[in-house]
Design a protein around this ligand. Sequence first.
Ligand code: 5GP
Length: 191
Amino acid sequence: MKLLKERIRTEATVIGSQVLKVDHFLNHQVDVDFLHKIGAEFYERFKDEPITKILTVEASGIAVAVATAWFFHVPVVFAKKSDSRNLDQDTYTSEVFSFTRNNCYWMKVSWRYLDAQDHVLIIDDFLAKGRAVQGMIDIVHQAGASLAGVGIVIEKGFQEGGSQLREQGINISSLAIIESMDENHIEFRDQ
Ligand code: 5GP
């Protein structure tokens, strides 16, 4: 997606060699008009699938998932990362290692919101080592639901998540794939 690559080039900051910061439009301040375009793009890519639910994980996946769900007219379910008193006890759970926080957490989705009738599109903002997406795929399987595919806004192609998931035959579509990056330059994969 050309516009996304332009915004990454002009607005993103690279932290170290592994982390990209896009707080201007995606991860802190959210540009809703731009997210609308991202949602439309995911719709174009997955519209032939009979999707019934969009699954993401809190917090930063929610905005993108909602923008996408407007086009599909289906509910968004977001996996919760922490226990809270108002979360049902009956949950699908999967243990996930967090790339950004460097620790493990339990991803949870209530039995109420995902079942064997669902055909699920997973949406997330970033794909790095693939643990968050693997956790969500695990939850889709636990629910007995089917997986339509995975839509990612920014994939860091130099980390292993994307290649591992593609080797498993998962249909992943990333709007921008970064081949390499440092403080001075970001190189995108031709798509
Ligand atoms: P993974 O599980 O694929 O290793 O990491 C994906 C998750 O970590 C995403 O849900 C995203 O929130 C976060 N993440 C991974 N890499 C980055 C990054 O470079 N920048 C930001 N802002 N988040 C990232």
